[in-house]
Design a protein around this ligand. Sequence first.
Ligand SMILES: [Mg+2]
Length: 140
Amino acid sequence: MILFLDFDGVLHPLNREDGALSRLPQLEITLRKFNEIDIVISSAWRQEYSLTQLRGYFSDDIQRRIIDVTPVLDHLDNRYLRQAEIDLWLRNAGREYEGWIALDDSEWLFPPGCRNLILVDPEVGFDEAVEDALHRKLTR
Ligand SMILES: [Mg+2]
């Protein structure tokens, strides 16, 4: 199982009222309940920061599970950009038949009705409702 992780609107509300990455501790608590999940960063932050820098925002035990970032594609060529980047990553990694989930607040970056997407409210970020949705997808 692979979790493709967005940052803005997920790890903090877009207004960053409690600072950047304010929801990350709660996400880490959830991830520790599901140790089989690998994490791949799909956030635009991957264009500003290296994988090593991105890992540095996470706790040590979670850092080890962050295996990569998705490739950056051109939005002009890809109607559903983040889905296209995820698909390419899965193919490149030879993991296209594996289960995956995207935690993201940008519905338009995925095809309508995308079953892999857990849509996060960008005004709230990761919270108990998102955690519940993740639990349901991972334990069904
Ligand atoms: Mg976002």
